[in-house]
Design a protein around this ligand. Sequence first.
Ligand code: DGP
Length: 110
Amino acid sequence: MTDCIFCRIVSGEFGTELLGETEHAVAFRDINPEMPVHLLVVPKKHYRDITDLVAADADALIDVAQLAARLAEEHTSDGSYKFLFNTGENAGQTVFHAHAHILSQMPKSN
Ligand code: DGP
């Protein structure tokens, strides 16, 4: 979808740095971080939210979860993280391309 900001990131249009990529998902930093670690993992294909993703694409769902776990290992000092899907406008979803927030107060120091 050309009017979807995350589809445009997935296509490479903005040159957004990708922190990880699988066959079905990519990860990048949230532009407006709410914690020291705040990453987003999105399916490459467009789904409106996690509900649509779960219903339609088990392969992409697994990739999102596995990529999130790998990023948490790489970017946090203790492997603890929040794995959050805002779903629907009244729950705070503002970008309607399914995405997981990976949030942690414990960045890896290097
Ligand atoms: P949500 O409220 O769950 O829909 O979260 C959307 C998140 O997406 C929000 O935390 C900010 C982030 N975001 C919005 N536009 C961009 C963008 O162009 N680039 C990046 N990296 N993040 C974005």
